[in-house]
Design a protein around this ligand. Sequence first.
Ligand SMILES: [Fe+2]
Ligand SMILES: [Fe+2]
Length: 377
Amino acid sequence: MNKGTTKILIADDDLMVRTTISQILEMFGYQVDTAASGEEVIAAVDDSYDVIILDITMPDMDGFETMNQLNRLDFDIPVLFLTGAGSMDYAVKAINLGAYDFLTKPIEDLDIFNVKIRRAVEKRMYVLRERQYKAALEDDIQEKAKQLEEQNKLLLTYSNSLENATVQLMTSLQNAMEEKDYYTAGHTKRVTEYALMLGGAMALSENDIVVLRRSAQFHDIGKLVIDLSCIQKPGKLTDEEWVLIRKHPTVGANIIKPLGFMEKEQFIIRHHHERVDGKGYPAGLTGDELDDLTKIITVVDSFDAMTSQRNYRKNKVMEEAVEELYKCSGTQFDPAIVETFAQAIVDFKPVKNGFSGEPLEKLYEQNNIISPDKSEF
Ligand SMILES: [Fe+2]
Ligand SMILES: [Fe+2]
């Protein structure tokens, strides 16, 4: 700020005084505007002024009242009061109002006058610099906040794509293992379709649907890593073989566990062979301890097992299987979920390999390697 652009507003009801001071200030190189009253000061003032000189005794609105109103306008312009013979009362009042300094009139010592004006101008410069600094700081903070938000978005995208990549990897792993197990391959697909159908009928949230789909997709993944060679034979399973088979929910859940982002799925996989009466495995949880998503999987898993058994006994047709679900409603299955499933399955059009799915049935017949009992675990 140089003197030429430094604006000073001087108010005095005495034309003589304001003209003299105005001329002195102009002589020092300042731009000066004058006002004859407090009202004129309030009307003229804006943020472009750097210093205000106020006479204390003015008709109507005196210097103090003018200062009061200036304070409310909040331009933060240093005010110098013009006083006649010094009065302590005035000084205290002026300082309490936030006056920056005093100038005595008539002006006798030009050097002191000049120093006081210069100090007030410096004070204003400091105020303006601080204001600029604050504004820049705010901009900076806003900019940083924006950057942070963008980084968060990016991070979320990364973590989502990482999740997707992991699920895809799991799926590939599962597909590779299912090459050796035709029953589970078809079963997984059908269970997933039934689960999504039922989830839709129950109007589940989008998040729950994602969890349900992943749980259905991987619910029997444990079976694929247990050595099932001993049971890939026709006929009944021995007790030892059953013990092995019953490990698959826990093994499956343990496979999912290290992934971190599939905690709900882990629970569902671990407990997809529980029953609402607490007689299921592995933990013997009851209906109160099982969530809806797990209960959905138990219903659709059993429905598919009943409608896709081979060799050992004839497949149950859909109506018979639904009848069986009703029979076990309240003991094995949650009654409300059975009811919704029974209503929804009537209109269900499987995308592929449904309970009447031809290609897989043929595949089973051709390969004939599935133990009839396998469809029951
Ligand atoms: Fe299972
Ligand atoms: Fe299953």
